[in-house]
Design a protein around this ligand. Structure first.
Ligand code: AMP
Ligand code: MG
Length: 328
């Protein structure tokens, strides 16, 4: 663990790099972000270059506190303040009508902007010192698994990032829930730790669920995402053994991502163990997908976890890692 004085030195350095137009990777409670000064168009463009990301994919502007919403959004509805009050700092991103002053590079040219106050002490310190919004997507190459440790970021982005702030492993491990508040009825665009039920408790029953929205109709909603090099095959407890054996017979290196070994499995298989608990499954998911690549697995047979709490989001990410789109 780093000393407090070392952390504040790193935070000061990170803020100077951002002010000078550089890129800083930072920890959040969800995944690591790749950040730039959201008001500096040239700096924001470097994010897209570093990730190899299409320039029309919008970024999330990270803020130190909810009041800063007024610097980026207009016509902010009451529900935005209610959700911010209930969940910020935390793993919830709000889509709001943007102010004209927000650079197109940040919003992918949309008339809306994504805002979030992340809950991580290092990054809240950085946001406080920096004093403005930090635009960031996840700190991975486009389409690949999001990083959940500083080491993942370094492995993934190498020299294209000026500084990686190390805040340890991300405690949640998958991306924030995204709620669109720019339309008449709020819509959930991406599932995460903040569930539909938790949102309903604050908003009443007025939230739509992604099954109503075609996958391609919102930016970043492409069906293939979060993918390791290994091919992901989704299985149930009924067919997992058959899947593993069929792939093994084809001579490929097969792994299993599941909370237990299926009964009667006749051959050895590299087992990447998932916890029973859904929160721990989310915490381990991307780490396990990266491990599959480190082990040189060609196929990873994954038993879908339960659709409970954050389990809904874990299922969504696994389906996309398998190239099958979101959970409906
Ligand atoms: P990442 O966290 O890496 O997935 O990047 C940020 C994600 O936020 C994008 O992929 C989009 O899905 C989402 N996002 C950002 N701004 C908007 C917006 N204005 N409307 C809809 N989605 C957005
Ligand atoms: Mg991402």
């Amino acid at each position: 663990m780093k000393q407090q004085s070392q952390i504040s030195e790193d935070v000061d350095r990170a803020a100077s790099i951002l002010h000078a137009g550089g890129l800083v990777a930072f920890p959040t409670e969800t995944v690591y972000g790749l950040g730039a000064d959201a008001r500096n168009v040239q700096a924001v463009k470097r994010i897209f270059e570093a990730k190899g990301r299409p320039s029309d994919h919008p970024l999330i502007v990270h803020l130190a506190h909810a009041e800063q919403m007024r610097e980026w959004a207009q016509n902010i509805p009451d529900v935005a303040w209610q959700l911010a009050q209930a969940f910020w700092p935390g793993p919830l991103t709000l889509i709001l009508p943007r102010l004209d002053s927000v650079p197109d590079a940040v919003t992918g040219g949309l008339d809306t902007v994504a805002l979030r106050v992340p809950n991580h002490p290092v990054t809240l310190a950085l946001l406080g010192t920096f004093g403005s919004g930090i635009a960031a997507p996840s700190a991975n190459l486009y389409g690949r698994v999001s990083p959940t440790s500083a080491q993942d970021v370094r492995e993934e982005l190498k020299d294209s990032v000026d500084l990686v702030l190390d805040g340890g492993r991300c405690p949640i491990g998958i991306e924030s829930t995204i709620v669109d508040l720019s339309t008449q009825v709020p819509r959930i665009l991406r599932s995460g730790k903040i569930t539909k039920e938790a949102l309903h408790r604050v908003l009443g029953s007025s939230v739509a669920w992604p099954s109503n929205i075609p996958v391609s109709s919102y930016p970043g909603g492409n069906p293939s995402h979060y993918a390791p090099r290994a091919r992901i095959i989704l299985a149930s407890w009924d067919d997992v053994q058959q899947q593993i054996e069929a792939w093994q017979q084809r001579g490929v290196r097969v792994g299993l991502l599941a909370s237990r070994l299926p009964n009667g499995l006749s051959q050895d298989v590299t087992w990447l163990r998932l916890a029973q608990d859904v929160d721990e499954q989310a915490y381990e998911l991307y780490h396990s997908l990266r491990q599959a690549d480190h082990l040189g697995l060609q196929v990873l047979v994954a038993v879908m976890p339960e659709d409970l709490g954050i389990g809904h989001a874990v299922r969504d990410r696994l389906r996309r890692a398998a190239g099958l789109g979101e959970v409906v």
